[in-house]
Design a protein around this ligand. Sequence first.
Ligand code: SAM
Ligand code: SF4
Length: 333
Amino acid sequence: MSALLTDRFERRHTYLRIGLTERCNLRCVYCMPAAGIPVQPKSAYLTADEIERLARLFVAEGVTKVRLTGGEPLVRKDAVAIAARIGAVPGVEALALTTNALLLEGRLPALKAAGLTHLNISLDTLYPDRFRTLTRRDGLHQVLSAIEAALTLGYGTPERPLKINAVVLRGVNDDELADFVAWTREVPLEVRFIEYMPFDGNGWADGELVPLAEMRASIEAVHGPLKALPGQPEDTATIFRVPGFAGTVGFIASMTVPFCAGCNRLRITADGSFKVCLFGPTEISLRDQMREGASDDDLHRLIGGAVRGKKAAHAGMDVLAATKNRPMITIGG
Ligand code: SAM
Ligand code: SF4
């Protein structure tokens, strides 16, 4: 691990998340502002060559895990080809994808061949009408079918974990937590409940946030005590199991139990901006630098400076709610 990706708080950044596009085939209420977002021309997004160049540069400096996200990464026509190019970079030990799964099923065999090791599928409800309310589109059937296909292809094992991400909103889907957990009785999924986070345009109100402690209590009321499983300092989720169940339950409590101290993540947005913190508005356009002819040394200098400027922790949910940042759909989670 070089010093370039180690910050002032001795956090070593080994995990890079890359947005492939800001476009999406869903309109989730907590992510996409109701008014939509101004659509950037595709030329604003990094090309596959630019993405591979940056991936190689970061991997040479110690990154071992790369996640593709968005927007919806799979609406980009060359998403599978990009996955294959990154999967082939020496030093990439884990290649991950976060997707809403609408376009996943047909692309899964090619993604697996590209080296996809970690698959996260976003799904907030098991009811079709709620799916429509939450995502402003139909599609529950495709998501469930893609999950089945992923299990059949060998995802849902320690080598190829399959995680289901559900953002929990009070009064919308907070009565479904025990049903999601019941899914893990026989199926080796990790169901992860995410606290609702404030981003520009998502109408965040802290009354809609369901804190981890409350989520856990509602699950334990049905399934009994959850058993904590050991984790790593860089984990975003705290993981539990209902004793005897095949799968696990995770909580991502960015708001009530921030995990900044162990953060090992860096982000590149679809339009090529480098972000050292999901909640930090500071960004540098690596795209503009590359298109103006920056050498790898120039990029190193910029990246190193940004990493050294990373703050110890985010500012807390009330400050974040009042801070200007991008909408989530343009950051990529
Ligand atoms: N389109 C892909 C998907 O939905 O999986 C990838 C991009 S999406 C922005 C990445 C993750 O961010 C999803 O799991 C989504 O649920 C989560 N997310 C979006 N807005 C959020 C918010 N306001 N609070 C918490 N999680 C959010
Ligand atoms: Fe699209 Fe994912 Fe955001 Fe939903 S959470 S609008 S699927 S980018």
